[in-house]
Write a protein that binds this ligand. Structure first.
Ligand code: GAL
Length: 833
């Protein structure tokens, strides 16, 4: 695309302003590709030392005698611990302990950087971090999910003299979270070196308007800081790129006064813009360069997207003039066996698994996510609801963020919005989840204040609060309409403060939304909370006795091992089956969409909330990343792929009666055959989302055939497996990058002699690795397993197990062998490049 229009470049004084002059010129940028810009930030993750000791609370006692362990960040120490029934974190926290840890790192800064600004940027530390540089205290940050930055420059040594940064992380007061938080410097750390004149961190704000496929306006506000003691005459040039193609450049000369900040605005018009959408997430990059005497002294890159959207009272969510349903999931931040330690590939894998299922929306429950998650959502095409808090001033657990709310909420929210507002994937801000104050006037005041704070930083997106159902569950059973006169009516919902009415659960009321809230559009901020253990089922006679739809009644009759049947029949009392909520959301255009609780199982908050369970059962996918059956219900509804999925497994006792379910699409019937003999054809009627046959078990082969107009669409077979005989291993990627970070996720299947997956296999699998990699996690998705995620062995669940292998920085081969007693072992080779 070529520059066709002369752009308007304006400069404006603001609350941040120093004095300035401006000139308007057209600028021809040097021939650099956009990825060569912005090298002011380098990774600061390597070669840290760590010490865990609850009794050392004082930095001066962290002496030379302390035993330090060398490690690279990101690091989560809790995941390395033992599951502990008595853990102060409780089952909610995954029965893994918090504690108090210290991190330190020595480093040198070149003499030539003496006149620069050297900062450290933490993307997130859980929690209550305090930082010292060369013995000087530089600050604290209680919130474990927000990024922060310190200017180290005044205290640094330059040249050959070492510097030491020391970080105290205090996650010892427990419980402070309703889910597993992890502990430590669990997100990335960066060292940033800039000139004294530079673009402020998160110092660009890009908005788009008048968006169509013909053209779009792009408005860029940039904050430039001058930390010199004298004024500087600078040129600020911003170039918009689409990949490596330059689209437009704006340049202006300004004077930024001493020790001050300058706020400038630049406007562009893009012809035939490539619009960002969930199917085609087109990205642009704005490169801001600061010149002094024609020399670039700083460059800063911001990715953004051009898209137009609105939430409509009649049509729900409209993106680029097209109505789409938000088919979202809520995700907590842990990465299963890796704990909370951020790894970009692990997040990407989660998102790929979600995308394959047809998910197009992610809710960052209930906190600001890792920056990498938003970068990936931008690139992969997800609609993000970016959430700030799980509580305000009233605590939900004894030591949670409520205790520092008054001091920190403004700063934390401000930083989150500034950090995330350029991401095209972010569409909704949520300033809270199920906040206790939502029922009274205090809540309304806080909500209004938070919404104002958000709007000051970003007026372009709707703000919601994920509320409890507006009438505290006592919904009028007859009309399903809310009686606003009743005192228990949700005060925030009634206040008119929200751009979007968002509430969790109470799917029975969704159809009446327009009557209940005629002037505000709707999003189901959290739904479902159905429960399942992957690969566990009961035969029908058992199901009826043991599996009422209420999980809390489940132990009547007993259910060994705290397993929960994977038929979509078991739910939390406040939730629904997966099918029930989706049927309603699907039916009404005015319901913009939903975020299912949850896409993946997460550590902590087991339901049943009792030992030995230590992780959740809510996931559509388990903790290891293996889909449960209902994954295919969504896939049949949410994608265009042909789907046919039948379950359960086919290893029962002769004479047991078994319900066989099929999820399918693109067909008008499914016929089921048992050992070659038809047991009947089934078709979905009305709003059905599955079909079912109730049949007596006989060993052999169960085969389903889906047909459309008499033509076969798909066939699926399940066979009765014999005893475990051998292992198979397969990797999600056989070639990974030799960067010391990349991961290969290797699945182990326990097979019988004929190669059929043994669905009941619980063999203990041992792993060994040779070559240029190491094991960083093992798991099976079993919510009651207390084996370490960090060991080199794990017990398979329902025939499956996972080992995660990480590359080293040298390229070569990683040979991973899986063994189990009495079974034929298997080796796989991963290449690293
Ligand atoms: C919701 C809550 C979530 C999770 C879920 C479990 O009420 O917002 O964080 O606890 O229940 O069903």
């Amino acid at each position: 695309m070529k520059l066709k229009f002369f752009k308007i470049v304006s400069l404006q004084q603001s609350w941040l302003l120093g004095t300035c002059i401006f000139a308007l010129t057209l600028f021809s940028c040097k021939n650099k590709k956009q990825d060569q810009f912005d090298n002011r930030k380098i990774s600061f993750n390597e070669e840290w030392s760590f010490h865990l000791n609850d009794s050392i609370n004082d930095k001066d006692t962290i002496g030379k005698t302390t035993v330090w362990k060398n490690l690279d960040l990101p690091h989560d120490w809790s995941i390395e611990g033992k599951f502990d029934e008595k853990s102060p974190a409780g089952y909610g926290g995954g029965a893994l302990n918090g504690g108090l840890g210290w991190y330190k790192k020595t480093f040198k800064i070149k003499e030539s950087d003496r006149n620069k600004i050297v900062s450290v940027i933490f993307d997130g530390v859980y929690c209550n971090s305090e930082v010292w540089i060369n013995g000087h205290y530089i600050g604290k940050r209680p919130n474990g999910y927000i990024g922060f930055q310190y200017d180290l420059s005044p205290y640094l040594n330059f040249g050959e003299t070492n510097n030491e940064i020391l970080v105290k992380v205090d996650n010892s007061k427990q419980p402070n979270s309703r889910w597993y938080s992890g502990s430590g410097i669990y997100r990335n750390v960066w060292l940033q070196i800039t000139d004294k004149v530079h673009v402020a961190e998160n110092g660009t704000h890009i908005t788009t308007s008048q968006v169509s496929s013909e053209k779009a306006k792009v408005h860029i506000e940039t904050t430039i800081r001058n930390q010199n003691k004298e004024a500087k005459k600078i040129t600020v040039s911003t170039t918009i790129y689409k990949e490596d193609e330059k689209i437009e450049t704006a340049q202006q000369e300004v004077v930024v006064t001493e020790t001050n900040s300058l706020f400038i605005e630049q406007d562009f018009e893009i012809q035939n813009p490539a619009l960002w959408s969930v199917e085609k997430p087109e990205l642009y990059t704005a490169v801001t360069e600061v010149f002094v005497n024609e020399k670039v002294i700083d460059s800063y890159k911001t990715n953004f997207g051009i898209r137009d959207f609105r939430f409509d009272l009649e049509k729900g969510f409209i993106l680029n003039n097209k109505q789409i349903k938000i088919k979202g999931v809520c995700l907590h931040h842990d990465l299963g066996p890796l704990g909370s330690a951020v790894n970009t590939r692990a997040i990407e894998r989660q998102l790929q698994i979600m995308k394959e299922m047809g998910v197009n929306g992610i809710r960052t429950a209930h906190n600001p996510p890792a920056p990498e998650l938003l970068d990936l959502c931008d690139k992969m095409g997800f609609i993000v609801m970016d959430e700030a808090f799980d509580m305000w001033r009233t605590p939900k657990t004894k030591y949670d963020y409520a205790s520092v709310w008054d001091e920190w909420f403004e700063r934390d929210l401000f930083d989150q919005i500034k950090r995330d507002r350029n991401h095209p994937s972010v569409f909704i801000w949520s300033v809270g989840n199920e906040i206790p104050e939502q029922w009274n006037e205090t809540g309304v005041l806080i909500a209004k204040n938070l919404i104002d704070l958000v709007k000051q930083q970003d007026p372009t997106r709707p703000v919601t609060v994920a509320m409890n159902p507006p009438v505290n569950m006592n919904i009028d059973e007859v009309t399903l309409q809310f009686d606003k006169a009743k005192t228990y009516f949700n005060a925030i919902a009634a206040s008119g403060a929200l751009d979007l009415i968002g509430y969790n659960y109470a799917h029975q009321t969704y159809a009446f939304h327009q009557k209940n809230f005629p002037t505000t559009p709707f999003i189901a901020t959290e739904t479902t909370s159905a429960l399942a253990t992957r690969g566990y089922y009961d035969s029908v006679s058992d199901t009826i006795k043991k599996w009422p739809v209420r999980w809390d009644l489940k132990f009547t009759g007993g259910n060994p091992g705290n397993t929960v049947s994977a038929y979509d029949q078991v739910q939390a009392p406040w939730g629904s089956t997966h099918e029930a909520t989706w049927k309603i959301i699907k039916k009404h255009d005015f319901l913009s969409g939903m975020f299912v609780w949850t896409g993946f199982d997460y550590i902590g908050e087991p339901t049943p909330y009792e030992w030995p369970s230590i992780s959740s059962y809510f996931g559509i996918v388990d903790l290891a990343g293996f889909p449960k059956d209902v994954y295919y219900m969504y896939q049949s509804e949410w994608t265009n792929k042909d789907v046919l999925h039948i379950f359960p497994h086919w290893n029962w006792k002769v004479g047991q009666t078994v319900d066989v379910w099929a999820y399918y699409n693109h067909a008008d019937e499914v016929e089921l055959f048992l050992n070659g003999k038809s047991v009947g054809k089934r078709s979905k009627k009305g709003d059905d989302l599955h079909v079912m046959w109730r049949i007596p078990f006989q060993p052999g082969t169960l085969k389903a055939v889906s047909r459309k107009d008499g033509k076969v669409v798909l066939e699926k077979e399940i066979q009765t497996a014999g005893n475990p005989s051998k292992l198979n291993v397969s990797a999600d990627r056989n070639e990974i990058i030799a960067d010391g970070k990349d991961l290969s996720f290797i699945t182990v299947d326990v097979l019988d002699a004929k190669g059929i997956l043994v669905p009941t296999a619980k063999n203990e699998i041992h792993f060994s690795v040779k070559g240029k990699g190491k094991i960083v996690g093992v798991g099976s998705g079993n919510p009651v397993s207390h084996e370490s995620f960090k060991g080199n062995k794990h017990t398979a669940m329902a025939g499956k197990c996972l080992v995660i292998v990480q590359s080293e920085k040298e390229s070569g081969r990683i040979e991973v062998t899986a063994k189990a007693n009495g079974l034929q072992p298997k080796t796989i080779v991963i290449t690293t490049k």
